[in-house]
Design a protein around this ligand. Structure first.
Ligand code: BJ8
Length: 426
């Protein structure tokens, strides 16, 4: 029998009535999107279990760690914020980006309507008191990436402790050094929060741990590169990736490695989740925070298979490791900065690296077409479509640019465009 989580949510000061509405729709959404798939890898049972109690299992673990071990929980919104520093200082990291339309109306009470849904949902989840992770976090760590997030952190700070990291906007050597300096300051803030000093020893261990997690995620993605077999749906890979932001990193690595073993075996045995000849699609663009499964579901019910995501809920999260040879804290902060500044987010200028990533990934994953999709009101990714479309055209890769939000109102229209695109790939 499922555990009643209401006492825990009540203690967190959540709006129980409204939260019950979310809890009542999520299982249906998950069932319709996920459980209808055939021949899923057995390893997905772990992620199904997590999502079935997504506001229960992990929040309970976090609260226990806070109460019994005196741990601090740090919530983050961006893949540039280095988990390693939080872990070195004895903290626990949890991703916080909101991926549900459910939270958007509450966010619109604080932010202009023409703000990206990811930001509105994140603010709505906090102020509407309908997400336990937003209640549990002892500190919210923002970053100066896009304008929407920068302004949203000011609003969030009216209600919760917020620390903002100052992200460079360019990638010159002095910018990498600047990020290393920011990381050093962040380490000081973490020490203040947890009372634990960041040392070369605990930071080296944390770097190793997160590198192992990245390597495990990369193994799952490597199995998706197989040109003649699709061992896992894009939807399932996305779910694994979304939960990686919340889970304990060591457990995440273990479960992903187990899944990768199964996928590698599936490739050897020719076990595919889609019929032979299904068109292989890359999704490029803005992140898809849990439970945003919209684009993957549309593509995979329109005759395509998503084989890679050039997104922060995709390759941007795990590609490239942190150099483990640093000995002093200074060297380690610089090594962290080098790895994180290698991520190609549209908030940087210039950002040719992202175009190169899309072309490289198209080859590595043997894709038949690229669907470049940004969340509405994200001017950064919307503007970068032009360069990505031109590069794809030049490389002879079919390209479709789309824009959407968390609402299902445009699903019919998107379906028509995706179907036409996939048909054209024949
Ligand atoms: S590294 S993509 S996680 S900033 S979609 S909120 S950019 S308006 S999420 Fe992001 Fe870090 Fe970049 Fe990744 Fe703003 Fe655009 Fe919304 Fe975005």
């Amino acid at each position: 029998m499922a555990v009643d989580r209401h006492p825990m949510w009540e203690e967190l000061g959540m709006d129980l009535e409204n939260h019950d509405v979310l809890c009542s729709v999520l299982p249906t959404a998950f069932g319709d999107t996920y459980l209808s798939q055939e021949n899923r890898p057995e390893g997905m049972a772990f992620w199904d279990m997590v999502v079935a109690d997504v506001h229960g299992i992990r929040p309970e673990e976090l609260i226990r760690a806070q109460k019994e071990e005196g741990k601090k929980v740090v919530g983050t919104f961006c893949v540039y914020v280095p988990d390693e520093v939080v872990i070195a200082a004895g903290g626990i990291v949890t991703g916080l980006c909101g991926g549900s339309q459910f939270w958007v109306p509450d966010g619109e009470k604080y932010l202009p309507k023409d703000t990206c849904p990811l930001v509105k949902a994140s603010i709505g989840a906090r102020f509407g008191k309908t997400c336990p992770f937003f209640r549990i976090a002892d500190l919210f760590v923002g970053e100066t990436t896009c304008d929407a997030k920068k302004k949203a952190y000011e609003i969030l700070a009216e209600d919760a402790p917020v620390y903002v990291m100052d992200m460079p906007q360019m990638k010159r050597p002095q910018d990498v050094q600047k990020w290393a300096n920011e990381i050093a300051l962040f380490a000081e803030r973490m020490e203040e929060l947890t009372g634990t000093k960041v040392t070369p020893e605990n930071l080296a261990a944390a770097i190793k741990l997160i590198n192992e997690k990245r390597a495990a995620l990369a193994r799952v993605y490597d199995a998706r590169k197989n040109a003649s077999n699709v061992p896992i749906s894009g939807k399932d890979a996305l779910l694994m990736m979304q939960i990686a932001f919340f889970d304990d990193p060591a457990r995440c690595a273990t479960m992903c490695n187990k899944l990768a073993d199964e996928l590698e075996q599936r490739n050897a045995d020719g076990v595919s989740v889609f019929p032979a000849g299904t068109k292989r699609i890359m999704i490029a663009g803005t992140p898809m925070a849990i439970p945003n499964w919209k684009m993957h579901h549309l593509i995979e019910t329109c005759g395509g298979a998503v084989v890679v995501e050039e997104a922060c809920t995709g390759t941007r999260y795990f590609e490239n490791q942190v150099d483990e040879t640093g000995e002093t804290l200074e060297e380690m902060y610089l090594n962290l900065a080098k790895r994180y500044m290698g991520i190609n987010c549209a908030c940087f200028t210039p950002n040719e690296g992202r175009v190169e990533d899309v072309l490289r990934l198209a080859k590595e994953y043997n894709v038949d077409g690229v669907i470049d999709v940004n969340l509405k009101f994200c001017n950064l990714y919307n503007t970068e479509k032009r360069g990505i479309a031109a590069a794809c055209e030049q490389a002879g890769i079919p390209y479709l640019g789309l824009e959407t939000d968390y609402d299902d109102a445009d699903a019919g229209q998107l379906r028509t465009r995706i179907e036409a695109f996939i048909e054209m790939l024949d």
